[in-house]
Design a protein around this ligand. Sequence first.
Ligand code: PEP
Length: 244
Amino acid sequence: MAPRKLAAGNWKMNGTTASLAEVDALTAPEGCGVLICPPATLIAAMAAQVQGGVMVGGQDCHAKASGAHTGDISAAQLKDAGASHVILGHSERRADHGETDAQVAAKAGAAHGMGLTAIICVGETDAQRDAGETLDVIARQLAGSVPEGASAGNTVIAYEPVWAIGSGRTPTAEQIAEVHALMRERLSARFEDGADMTLLYGGSVKASNAREIFAIAHVNGALVGGASLKAADFAPIVAALAAA
Ligand code: PEP
């Protein structure tokens, strides 16, 4: 089995019911997964609206199955609403909510328990890259955030340099290749089917740079923020991935 291609959109805290029309123009090409992760308020409606194999996911879940956790959402609730995936450990959640690697791993375990695919995000800050710590940071986040029980069937890893998210700046192809090679090596050493896990790049991906990024070894797709909000921006990225 080869890693499955995936183009995943992260709408973050953007979108209301009026935005649902954007998914009408999206379909998943043969051999290429297409996923939109809208705000939790839109998951059920979007799941009912998507066609052509497009999937819907959440942007976070709690590690516990239920209980007194006001404002949180469980993996079971995501599943019930029609989600197949959940983004976990996004750098905005690590920064805004102080999420640790251990918490991300626990959330991923909960997602796996409900049959959801966890998209686990890792990435260095500007300061960490400048200090030459990038590979150490990625290795540490991978070791701590990916739980036992992860497999190519239930886990996707997204390398998202914090400084590249929403900034219009992207790493060089060499920088992306170096991190993806490290991730592939570490995942293959730890998991039986680590060689088959889907590895995404995320951070200012757009139609104009997608082809170059998808040509990099071990890049099996993208996690896309801003350019996933409009089908007109996202569809060309999907097409570039399908052609890669
Ligand atoms: C993201 O938030 O996951 C992301 C990659 O954002 P953007 O594409 O806007 O940089």
